[in-house]
Ligand binder design. Sequence first.
Ligand SMILES: [Zn+2]
Length: 459
Amino acid sequence: MTHTESDVAALRAHVDELFPAVQADLEALVRIPSVSASAFDPAHVETSAKAVATLLRDAGMPEVQILRSERPDGEPGAPAVVARRPAPEGAPTVLLYAHHDVQPPGDPATWDTEPFEPVQRGERLFGRGAADDKAGVMAHVGALRALAALGEEPGVGVTVFVEGEEEAGSPSFSRFLADHHELLAADVIVVADSTNWKVGVPALTTSLRGLVDGVVSVDVLDHAVHSGMFGGPVLDANLLLARLLATLHDDAGNVAVEGLTSAAEPDVDYAEADFRADSSVLDGVELAGEGTIAGRMWTKPAVAVIGVDATDVAHASNTLAPRAAAKLSVRIPPGLAPQAAEDALQAHLTAHAPFGARVTWTPGEQGKAFGAPDDSEAMRAARSAFAAAWGTDPVDIGVGGSIPFIADLLEAFPEAAVLVTGVEDPDSRAHGANESVHLGELRKVLVAEALLLRGLAAR
Ligand SMILES: [Zn+2]
């Protein structure tokens, strides 16, 4: 569907009119420190669920519930908000996803302002959750308000699903999907938890890497022995672990594990200068790997050592360490199954056991990668809505990180088209200090989402 200029202008005018209220509601959400990590007070997550339920009720959703499911460990999951408006006869249903929980603020000294006190500077609103993902919540609420302000009922069924434990790894998510399958069933799923390409250029996230992690340990001695008496003919476990880890990449920094395959190079690239600035890599440090930088981040595998168990320096003594271990985190591209990746990694580690040391792999987490189809009716509707809202065509991007629940959604609703959208831009610093949302972009997101609902109704 193409959106006429006057339709878009009318919608934009309504969004401008209601935007101060949207911003005030976003600020009120940011003031609730709804950190879902287990060390934080879960009462705040309950408060934010209630606040989101009220917003959805006020946006005209007739049916609003706060629901939860059990986690695998038997504890209750965090509260999710589900709001529904049934589809008109013959029309599709659209599920609008966001999450109301946030990451811990980290060290407050690294913030320029209080994490849970929203502050506007220029066009940006700062605060934990201002972007990830309370702006996603307000994108859905604001789009519904904008249509209501025009006296329009969305011509589709709408289910808004606002999760409360995404930043804690969505432990009860798959159970939640099973418990409430009928309630959540949809033809199109809009996941507003990703990023745009840059301020002024919208994007659809069409690929997300999956994840495999686990611990590799190296055993070489039965017990620690004197490094002077026995050192020489046998290398200590710390050295052997270092040698083993060094085999994971070639000299150029490409992943050198056979079977950790790559997907196709993306259409857009990331400028090296931008990568250097955004990643904070130090001057003089050379980048690792070959091919485009975007490809290295989105469609190639990446292996990182995220923890090491070795004798710490303070406790060092003149002994040969019998054992050392490292936790590996492997990002895998679309098209590579997590188990296949893990099998390849384990085979590589075993085959490269240095000096015949005992190498043991202990599996950790697995998460599937996501690759959108090149084209679908829903993708076309989204692209035309984005183009109209921004005045420029959206680009397809990948994200190097994973959104593991997307795999759960696809497993529960294999027929649904999943559109991964978002309100962030590269300077949003989600999860970091000084997180912020660009308010001009948020306005465009509201316009785009309202247009998308219209477009999906017309298909
Ligand atoms: Zn998020």
